[in-house]
Design a protein. Sequence first.
Length: 354
Amino acid sequence: MRVLGLESSCDETACAVVEVAGDATAGAGSPPVVVRADVVASQTAIHARWGGVVPEVAARQHVQNVIPVIAEALAQAGLTLDDLDAVAVTRGPGLIGALLVAVQAGKALAFARGLPIVGVHHLEGHLLAPYLSTADAAGGAPHRPPPLPHLGLLVSGGHSSLVRVHDFGRYEVLGATQDDAAGEAFDKVGKLLGLGYPAGPTIDRLAAQGNPRAVALPRAMLGQRRGLQLSFSGLKTAAAAHLQRHGLPKDEAALADLCASFQAAVVEQLVRKTALALDQTGLKTVVLSGGVAANRGLRAALKTLCEGRQIEFFVAPPRWCTDNAAMIACAGYYRLRRGERADLTLNALASLPL
Ligand code: KG4
Ligand code: ZN
C-alpha cells in the first residue's frame, strides 16, 4: 500500500510517499511505515524578512510549489501516479489559505486517478511521526514502532500538549499550554536577540556552547495546582526584561549563555511536566514529537528522565519532527487502515480539535 501525503498548513509545502507491506485492512499488527520519498519546500527565506509567516504570502507560495513537490516526490521514489493507492492531506489546523492548497491538490489527484483520500489532523501527523522508518533503518537495525498506549509530548510552533495516545485515532489531551507554544517562545525570544525566524534551531546551536546557569530565569507552572498545564509567556517576558535591564549580549559567549539559560528553562518545564504525567497515568512509554522535538537539549533531557525511570523513550529523527508530509502520509495510512475514506466535500479547517 502506497500513500501519497501532502502538507501545506504553514510555511512548508511538502509531499511524501510512504509504503506499507500488506493491504490497508490488515488487523492488529503494525508493519513498518517506510518512507519512499520525502520532499519539503521551505519558505523560511521568504518569510525571514518579516520575522514570521505572512499567511497570504505563504498561500501563494504553496500554489507555486505544490505540483513541483509532488513531481519531485514521485521521481525520488521512482514511482508514477499509477503506483499510488491513496492520498492523505492535512486538513487542519493551520492557516486557511495555506491549508486549502494541499487539500485541493489532493482532492484533484484523488478524483482524477480514482484514489481514496483521507484528511489528516496536523497534530496527529506530528504524534505519529515516530512510526516512520526508512528501508535501510539505521544500518539495518529493525525499527520498532512505539507501543500503545503511550504518553505523547507534542511541542511545535503552534501547540504544546501532553497527550495520552490510547490508540491510533484515540487521543486524550492531558494538559496544554495556557498561552504561547514552546516553539513560539523560542521564536519570540530569538527575535528579541536578532536571531531571525525561526529561531529555535539557532538557539539550540548556540545553547550547546553556553552555560545554562548563567542567567536566572523563572520556572513556570510547576506548582501542584497547575497540574499538567504548560505556560511559556512568562519566561518570554522574563527574557525580555533581562534584555531591557542588561542590553543585548555583548559578545558571542554572553549570547550563548542567555540561549542556554532560556533553553534550560523551557526544557526543565517540559521534563517536569512529563514526569508528572507519567506519575499520574502510569504509562511506560514517552513519545516526543513536533518541531521543538528537534531540540538537542530537550531530546537529551527526556532521554535521561526516561532512563532513570525505566521508561521507553521514542523520538523521530529531526527531519520528521519539523513539518513534513511523511508524517501526514503515515497518519493517513492508519486512518485508511481503520476504513476511513473522505469524499470530495473534504474541506480545510483553520481550527480543528485533536
Ligand atoms: O512542528 P513545526 O515544524 O511547525 C508547527 O507545526 O508549528 O514546529 C516549528 C517550531 C518553530 O517554532 C521552530 O523554532 C521550532 O519548531 N524548532 C525548534 C528547533 N527546530 C525547530 N525549537 C528548538 N530547537 C530546535 N532545534
Ligand atoms: Zn507542525
